[in-house]
Design a protein around this ligand. Structure first.
Ligand code: FES
Ligand code: FES
Length: 162
């Protein structure tokens, strides 16, 4: 069909193939075609991070990726993070969300950080989520949640507040 392209990917471990408009964004493919609605759409300009996913282990903003550029890649969304894990429990314990719009992108970014750096400092956490905007929390509770997930405790005695 003219103007369409076959896209093959693995979404959260499941092989998928769809013929889509060649101008479709990856976030539109994920949400609208593959029905994984945990990934959010905020700005569509790469600024807010709500659409953050992992592609082949690399954190990417899916509104900046054309679905047509995906070819057999391993795409992970919040649905692929699994059930209530340490990160999600820590977000609950530290009140790391209010409206929750940013949360899936935050958790994808945090999971990527903890994969690379098991015991990050507050400053390293802030750097890792610097591409993710939150309009509700003021960030402190999100940083505390990621710190708790990594260190197993609240960082009340920390000395490196960013
Ligand atoms: S929707 Fe992609 S960065 Fe905002
Ligand atoms: S919790 Fe509302 S935008 Fe972050």
């Amino acid at each position: 069909m003219k103007g369409t392209i076959e896209v093959r990917l693995t979404l959260n471990g499941e092989p998928r193939a769809e013929r889509v408009d060649s101008r479709l964004l990856l976030v539109e493919l994920i949400r609208g075609v593959l029905d994984a609605k945990g990934t959010r759409v905020g700005c569509l300009t790469g600024d807010c991070g709500a659409c953050t996913v992992s592609i082949d282990g690399e954190v990417r903003k899916s509104c900046l990726v054309l679905a047509a550029s995906i070819s057999g890649n391993d795409v992970r969304t919040i649905e692929g993070i699994g059930g209530i894990g340490a990160l999600q429990e820590a977000f609950i314990a530290e009140n790391g969300f209010q409206c929750g719009f940013c949360t899936s992108g935050m958790i994808i970014a945090a999971a990527d950080l903890l994969k690379r750096n098991a015991l990050p400092s507050h400053e390293e956490i802030r750097r890792a989520i610097s591409g993710n905007l939150c309009r509700c929390t003021g960030y402190e509770s999100i940083v505390n949640a990621i710190y708790r997930a990594a260190h197993g405790r609240h960082a009340c005695a920390r000395s490196n507040v960013a």
